[in-house]
Design a protein around this ligand. Sequence first.
Ligand code: HMH
Length: 219
Amino acid sequence: RDVGSTTDAWLKKHSIVYIAATRHPFIHAIRDGSIDPNNFKRWLGQDYLFVRTFVPFASSVLLKAWKESDDSSDMDVLLGGIASLNDEISWFKREASKWGVQLSSIVPQQVNQNYCRFLESLMGLEVEYTEAITALWAIEVVYQQSFAHCLEEDASTPADLRETCQRWGNEEFGRYCSTLRMIADRRLMKATDSELKKAEVTFLCILEHEVEFWNMSRG
Ligand code: HMH
């Protein structure tokens, strides 16, 4: 662990699944404008439910930072993230009404339930901060990388999907993800071999759940 960061090594080692999660056919379809609006609406409704579980998960990471972190600024970073989730929930409600999606009647699909159950397992008090912050980073960076790809100069993302891509593809969110990654790397550097292994497995599980989530959204 003397050369480069842990997350750097993992991204190289697991590049196939990382690319599967961040360059999924669902994202390509947004980027080239071929997306079926029904698939987008399905994603919107399911992701709203996911975010409703993601909020308590992010709060559990904040709690662990307060208890376990060696750097008090971690808490400020995490609180900022939670504050933007408040906006995100409001955005989902507005966006859903724009697309005629009735959020109150959305039923979570099996894939979504599995992912939410996994998040719930990470909220446990026995899960260490290092593992939890690694998971938080992985969850956020997949969306940041995916949606930033749809905003590149050569992308043909339709105008009515640009705002969605902006939510996760904007530069400020990119900086937030970089900060989460630095915190994770700082903790991973000091972790025991067993903590390191656990965090790597969790990182991979997140990527796999993300791929499944896109698969589900594509119908
Ligand atoms: C499935 N992964 C999923 N939904 C999200 N909103 C994010 C990641 C990023 O917050």
